[in-house]
Design a protein around this ligand. Structure first.
Ligand code: AMP
Ligand code: ZN
Length: 113
């Protein structure tokens, strides 16, 4: 999508601090970290949000979680991390390209705000 911030990051048109990349997903550090480790995992396919996950693209979600398990090990997060996806403006979604926040490195309170 021409006007999508995360599609531009995938294309290299906007700089990012890459954590991981393969043919299906791209991972990069969040510009406004909410924990000592905070990165985003996004599908390279433009999917606007979690509410658009369906039988045609759902395999990407499993792949994203496999990648998250791998990256968190490599970054030394141990088994303590949180994966969050905000869907819709009332839930805090500000970029309309599906993304999984991965937060680690501190105690994480529950419930979230
Ligand atoms: P959300 O608010 O759940 O849609 O998450 C969007 C996230 O993207 C926020 O945590 C932002 O800090 C992050 N973000 C926005 N612009 C950039 C950027 N250029 N590079 C890295 N992260 C970004
Ligand atoms: Zn996009």
């Amino acid at each position: 999508m021409d006007d999508c911030l995360f599609c531009k990051i995938i294309a290299g048109e906007i700089p990012s601090k890459k954590v991981y990349e393969d043919d299906r997903v791209y991972a990069f550090y969040d510009i406004d970290p909410q924990a000592p480790i905070h990165f985003l995992v996004i599908p390279k396919q433009h999917i606007t949000g979690a509410n658009k996950i369906d039988a045609t693209n759902g395999d990407l979600v499993g792949h994203a979680f496999q990648v998250i398990a791998q990256i968190t090990k490599e970054l030394g997060c141990g088994d303590d991390y949180r994966v969050v996806t905000n869907c819709g403006p009332k839930a805090g979604q500000s970029v309309n390209h599906l993304h999984f926040h991965v937060l680690a490195g501190r105690e994480l309170g529950w419930p979230p705000g």
